[in-house]
Design a protein around this ligand. Structure first.
Ligand code: GAP
Length: 457
């Protein structure tokens, strides 16, 4: 399949089927913003729930927080974001469009006769095609600024560019209220904002997005084993949400490219149609944050080492996963095209655990009250397994299947006259259709319930 077209197909399906829409579209949109529709919200919530299960609930030493987006600006001074959370910015001299300096295409500079000038380069404006002399870029801070309070000189505050800071702000609260045994971790899922110079590639680079982050606090000499532990959990999560092993690659980030706080970072890269790019990150943040906050706030953030009875500042391992990039990688991994009964079809082979709808129930004909009543009864029974059992009686059965295929619903259940006893030996059985193969089988409602339950475990 042509890879550019694949991206267009995903964007089109996401819109057509109510997963993801451009933000404020009737006013022409707003760059770097997308809204999630009913099935997008469900998919996103399922991805977040599964993350919470695998990164928090399945560990006895993990604690959750939900911190504010607006924080005291000292947080960002101390974390280094006010001075250092920048991208290099350049402006086209002709059309004045602005670009990230590390994203533009450069070419050798030529003189008027067309001879290449050794060691000199120009960059080509993506918007108007003008060739610009390369210059030192300006450093552009990516934090969104706003004001807290009603007075004219209300103080400047920032929308958080990462959720991690809210975790560091609650480190002492967790110790004082929960008294966790050391080592332990704190997790948070929430919005983050970055004024990206060039938001692009659908929901890959956004200005408003969500993160799922863990800060795991350790003794300095435990960093390597803890790094490996979370690295393994990240791979398990990738498998659980349907990302193929072949599409996920680890990149050891070289020192010059690492964030200012990191002593080691692995980027988990995904093969997107627009190239191999970052999906998630795993970083060893050392004691950078706690030491800096302790120094600036004057509040002690050290731990007592029970063995040596000496105090130390905990170091941190941080698995950081963007929710929206996870949604994108999940949709790309699940997208399939095939033929069923000679007709082309599209379906999303989503694992049941993250599928927005776990099964759809429908009566063969919607104008037969006895079929509708029985189908409602079956649906109610199946909703005891999971509430996300949809009802669809619109159009013919083939159309209903196609619709559910595109949403990624693993099972469709049809109630027909045999269910009502037209063929006595089939009474109380229903047709279960499998999304990926289109195959159908005849089962009792209880057997279907078991199938759905098993698919979710
Ligand atoms: N606390 C560490 C941190 O924020 P990061 O690599 O800057 O590290 C972590 O971001 C993750 O957040 C990325 O791996 C990506 O999944 C997601 N992310 C970062 N910037 C994003 C953007 N502009 N749009 C969508 N997701 C983004």
């Amino acid at each position: 399949m042509n890879e550019i077209t694949l991206m267009e197909k995903i964007i089109s399906l996401a819109k057509r089927r109510g997963f993801i829409f451009p933000g404020s579209e009737i006013y022409g949109g707003l760059a770097g913003t997308y809204d999630y529709g009913p099935f997008g919200v469900a998919l996103k919530n399922n991805l977040k729930d599964l993350w919470w299960r695998m990164f928090v609930d399945e560990h006895d030493d993990m604690y959750g927080v939900d911190a504010t987006i607006l924080m005291n600006p000292k947080v960002w001074e101390t974390s280094g974001h006010i001075s250092g959370f920048t991208d290099p910015l350049i402006e086209c001299e002709k059309c004045k469009h602005r670009f990230r300096a590390d994203h533009v295409q450069t070419k050798p500079k030529k003189d008027e006769e067309g001879n290449i000038l050794k060691g000199e380069e120009v960059w080509v404006c993506e918007h108007c095609g003008a060739k610009n002399d390369t210059k030192d870029p300006q450093q552009f801070n990516m934090m969104f600024k706003t004001h807290a309070g009603a007075s004219e000189d209300a103080s400047t505050v920032y929308l958080r560019p990462e959720t991690a800071a809210g975790i560091f702000m609650n480190y002492k609260n967790i110790i004082d209220s929960i008294h966790p045994k050391f080592p332990f971790g704190i997790a948070q899922i929430g919005k983050a904002f970055r004024n990206e110079i060039a938001p692009r590639d659908f929901i890959f680079r956004l200005r408003e997005f969500e993160q799922m982050e863990v800060e795991y606090f350790i003794k300095p000499d435990e960093w390597e084993q803890t790094f490996e532990k979370w690295r393994a959990v990240m791979h398990q999560y990738a498998r659980a949400i349907g990302i193929q092993k072949n599409d996920l690659h680890e990149l050891e980030v070289p020192p010059d490219d690492r964030a200012h706080y990191s002593q080691r970072t692995i980027d988990f890269e995904f093969d997107y149609p627009f190239g191999r790019k970052e999906l998630w990150g795993l970083a060893y943040r050392t004691d950078f944050d706690l030491s800096a906050h302790e120094k600036e706030s004057g509040v002690e953030l050290k731990q007592l080492d029970e063995a040596t009875k000496e105090k130390f500042t905990p170091h941190v391992i941080e698995p950081s996963l963007g929710v929206d990039r996870t949604v994108l990688a999940t949709l790309l991994s699940a997208y399939r095209q095939d033929e069923v009964g000679g007709d082309a079809r599209i379906y999303l082979a989503l694992p049941s655990v993250i599928a927005p709808i776990k099964a759809m129930v429908s009566p063969l004909l919607k104008n037969k009250p006895e079929l509708v009543a029985k189908a409602k009864e079956v649906r109610k029974e199946l909703q005891k397994v999971h509430p996300a059992i949809a009802w669809d009686d619109n159009g013919n059965i083939g159309k209903r299947y196609r619709r559910q295929d595109e949403i990624g619903t693993p099972y469709c259940i049809t109630i027909d006259f045999d269910t009502l006893g037209e063929k006595p030996e089939l009474k109380d059985t229903v047709t279960l259709r499998h999304r990926d193969t289109g195959e159908q089988e005849r089962l009792t409602t209880q057997e279907v319930a078991t199938r759905i339950r098993e698919s979710l475990s």
